[in-house]
Design a protein around this ligand. Sequence first.
Ligand code: GLN
Length: 476
Amino acid sequence: MLESRELSCTELTEKYLNAIGKENAALNAYIRLTPETALETARRVDEDIASGRSLSPLEGIPMTLKDNISTKGIETTCCSKMLQGYVPIYDATVWKILKDQNAVLLGKTNMDEFAMGSTCENSCYGGAGNPHDPVRVAGGSSGGAAAAVASDLAVYGLGSDTGGSIREPASFCGAVGFKPTYGTVSRYGLVAFASSFDQIGPITQSVEDAALIYDVISRQDPMDSTCTGRKTAVVPDLGKGIRGLKIGIPREYFDNVPEDVRKALRNTLKIWKSMGAELSEFGMPSVKLGLPIYYILACAEASSNLGRYDGIRYGYCTPHYQNREEMVCKTRSEGFGREVKRRILLGTYVLSAGYYDAYYKKAQDLRGAVIRAFDDVFQKCDLILTPTVPTTAFPKGRTGGDPVENYQTDICTVPVNIAGLPAVSIPCGSGRDGMPVGMQLIGPRFSESVLLNAAYRYEQETGGEPYRVKGMGVDL
Ligand code: GLN
């Protein structure tokens, strides 16, 4: 529409800004809007169109960034009191790539503080609501991005996934959430939570959009020594047949999954079979180790990464203190929320002398066992199919702050991060409560083309309509 001049980029951007103005209050998906930046970019895109220049794939498309992705000149807080007022002096690599393509940034989206959580309720701005039912959680930690995309208050959003934070909110909100292979998307400028797990990826209304965005943002980056970029582009492979594709179903992922979610997933199996996929069921006991491994290692890494918030270098500093030690102590006590403090304490504990071998080292060893278990499974099959989350989105406040109950939400998503694998969550029907259910597909490292093509074929087979709540957001 932009290229054929049916619609100008300024008009498109204004439509999104107006819809956000009307609908964001109920969802709290955006915690900061950037209308000036958006309209300024839109004006540039319109000039380019007028001059006859052809557009790059994501040019002029209104989008959002999670608030832990650094944006030069735009406050970036990780939804923590600790970083309120912090304005980065550089752009995250992913944002630099998109900015160079004239992506239209509408604003920054809500998240659990420092990306720690599964409901978005740990945000210093209050949680995000689920567009399907705003009294329910949007999921976390990228809850704002998922809520914005599912309600069409943005075409797409970038989130981060350390233990499920892209896939879980996408599943709860009925959107597509894609976590790429570790090391294919730069982490430079992503505020660190657990560096050996963190990965940036898109939340979208279709698998095709996820593939388009991945192809653009996945590049080798000298600023992130772990980032090699993608090996091949995904988009050219979309639409290939999947006859003979071997999909494995590990039984353990279905333990304790309620019947309605199970049923939604069972229904997908018929569709996969009709497309020619070969399904097989098997045991994968190491899946059960996922949560303890993740919560030991991620907390350990977080306790080290969050050491930098000392009141001197970034954001919040306590106003009253006698000496440096008291300043640091009060700054951290006042600046961090409960969940972040809990993780710093747990992480410091598992790293301390006397406990290191029993917890940290043991978890590292078992991380190796999980990686090997996936490697073995991928000898037998091309992809793995599981629920994304064992439940649908639940009402806000359900867990009453019980951390262990919250951690259980991540049981199906963390093994992927432990092994650095790519995985995508796509909507597959609804539960008894009418809320969306997500299906997770997991592939071997660097299998993005096979993985996203399979998801794309499923999406086409089941209608190919954008995944969004009808009647919300922008109608073009
Ligand atoms: N829910 C998980 C946690 O609380 C994952 C978070 C994430 O992926 N950032 O750690």
